[in-house]
Ligand binder design. Structure first.
Ligand code: PEP
Ligand code: MN
Length: 338
């Protein structure tokens, strides 16, 4: 991997000549303009550039070669945290962003009731799947476009931003029309044609960690989206497969500070899918915040016993409101707004 750090005094013309040089060598430059310096990430086969003495070009302070396979997601390319603005919510900007809502959109009354409740409790983004990637083909698969319409309705009624999952590349244009943030689920985390399609957009996307992905594989999946030009990516730890069977997945808490040190992207945690148990959601949510998560994604249902998916891990609106109160206290201790 090659990353070119430009001198802080480098002029626009010198930067442009480096960009041209990279392009002439058949590579694609990706520019990261920091407060202090401009850093150029080189995507493509950079062997030709290595033999050219990139280091001696005017304006070039340093050329870094690292053994890491990822480039644009790395802190080397972008030392500052990425802050993603969604309707004035600054994701990754230091405050805690809470996404809450049902696993799936089931009906207008279900969604609106939950949306009002989570808004009241202090969430800023509403979740709800319209296209559900289910383990069983016989399970509820989501309401499809009707579900998207209901999410838009809930946004209008509450002012909450909306996140929803896109499952296949050909759904991307439709889901983009409705969602403020697109979600790529754990099962699709390494669906490279979907990642490429999402990469062509500029809309924010939350890429969940694949249940079998190690951190390098996960960051490489995010790299697909950035390499295609979409830098608005949010990471989310949602538990991984281990030998433990008493929880649905195993929350990899250390992935939170680790990914934050390796990458500039905002880092969320989903304690609902990580644990699969209602009683574990609040404690694991607090642990994730203490570990440095920029935000949480939490499943909430007004009638969990009737939920068409994941009722067993959904918090009741009252318990979610309690958790939000605790998170506010935790935020005070950590000097972060919740
Ligand atoms: C979800 O958030 O609705 C979901 C299906 O989660 P995951 O992809 O992490 O399993
Ligand atoms: Mn779910």
């Amino acid at each position: 991997m090659m990353i070119v750090i430009m001198d802080r005094t480098a002029s626009l013309a010198t930067i442009n000549s480096v960009l041209r040089f990279v392009e002439d060598s058949g590579c694609t430059p990706h520019v990261s303009k920091g407060d202090e310096k401009t850093i150029i990430g080189v995507v493509g086969d950079d062997r030709a550039l290595l033999s050219e003495k990139m280091q001696t070009m005017p304006g070039v302070e340093k050329v870094i070669q690292t053994a890491k396979p990822y480039r644009l997601v790395s802190r080397e390319w972008k030392p500052e945290n990425t802050v993603i603005d969604v309707n004035d919510i600054k994701i990754g900007g230091g405050d805690l962003t809470v996404i809450a809502g049902p696993c799936g959109v089931e009906s207008e009354t279900q969604l609106l009731e939950i949306a009002h409740a989570v808004k009241e409790a202090g969430a800023s983004i509403l979740r709800g799947g319209a296209f559900k990637p289910r383990t069983s083909p016989y399970s509820f698969q989501g309401l499809g476009e009707r579900g998207l319409e209901l999410l838009a309705k809930a946004r209008e009624a509450t002012g909450l931003a909306v996140i929803t999952e896109v499952v296949t590349p050909n759904q991307v244009p439709l889901v983009s029309q409705y969602a403020d943030i697109l979600q790529i689920g754990a099962r699709n985390s390494q669906n490279y044609s979907l990642l490429q399609e999402i990469g062509k957009l500029r809309k924010p996307v939350m890429l969940k960690r694949g249940m079998m992905s190690n951190l390098e594989e996960y960051l490489m999946a995010a790299e697909y989206i950035l390499a295609n030009g979409n830098y608005n990516v949010i990471l989310c730890e949602r538990g991984i497969r281990t030998f433990e069977t008493s929880t649905r997945n195993t929350m990899d808490i250390s992935a939170i500070p680790l990914l934050k040190s390796l990458s500039h992207l905002p880092m969320f945690a989903d304690p609902s899918h990580a644990t699969g148990k209602r009683s574990l959601v609040a404690p694991v949510a607090k642990a994730a915040v203490a570990a440095g998560a920029d935000g949480l994604m939490i499943e909430v249902h007004n009638h969990p016993e009737k939920a068409l998916s994941d009722g067993i891990q959904a918090l009741l609106p009252e318990s979610f409101a309690e958790l939000m109160k605790d998170l506010k206290k935790l935020g005070l201790a950590l000097n972060r707004q919740v």
